[in-house]
Design a protein around this ligand. Structure first.
Ligand code: XMP
Ligand code: MG
Length: 186
């Protein structure tokens, strides 16, 4: 599939699955099974976080409920500007709930810092973040991210939910894209 488009495999399917199990164990320790605030609410950021979210929810040994948000940050297809627009909001009120934002990747951190401000204004009982991937620039921001799966180099990556022009999300691993793919699109 996508033969010739992928320059290298950065994180294999096995590495992803092992990390998801590790993150799930760690997260579960922070939340009680029978919290008076109800089940842990996972808020997935569409579309990139979908596979991570479904795998994480099933790896977590505590009950979770799933909600989704879609945001678009203005900017080019490969970098964000920090100006964020809600394309799809949550269906439910999160006031008084324990909320865990599930993100695919933190690059500049602008999208996530906007999202955290937005969701915390809705008065959840707690608000934390788990991100599968983090790029070097994100380290500069003062974002409080409780769990990060992998720190990766500053390269554009695809697979396991991440896309280029909506393609490659269905790959089971995370890889870098051959530069020829970008130039073909111009
Ligand atoms: P910021 O810079 O706001 O960006 O932290 C986060 C969002 O940018 C997208 N993004 C990527 N998407 N491969 C992708 O498919 C990448 O390498 C990549 N880097 C950033 C992504 O939507 C993320 O939520
Ligand atoms: Mg995203």
């Amino acid at each position: 599939m996508y033969e010739g488009d992928i320059a290298s495999v950065l994180i294999t399917e096995d590495q992803i699955q092992a990390k998801v199990a590790e993150l799930a164990d760690d997260i579960a320790k922070r939340y009680p099974v029978d919290a008076p605030e109800g089940d842990l609410l996972l808020v997935g950021v569409l579309k990139g976080a979908i596979f991570f979210m479904t795998d994480l929810a099933r790896a977590l040994p505590i009950p979770t409920q799933l909600e989704f948000m879609a945001v678009s940050s203005y900017g080019s297809s490969t970098s964000s500007s920090g100006v964020v627009r809600i394309l799809k909001d949550l269906d439910k009120d999160i006031a008084g709930r324990h909320v865990l934002i599930v993100e695919d990747i933190i690059d500049s951190g602008l999208t996530l810092s906007w999202l955290m401000r937005n969701l915390s204004s809705r008065n959840p009982a707690s608000l934390q973040v788990v991100a599968l991937l983090r790029k070097p620039d994100a380290v500069k921001t003062e974002l409080d991210v409780a769990n990060v799966g992998f720190d990766i180099p500053n390269e554009f990556v695809v697979g396991y939910g991440l896309d280029y022009a909506e393609r490659y999300r269905d790959l089971r691993y995370i890889g870098t894209l051959d530069p020829a793919v970008y130039s073909d699109q111009s």
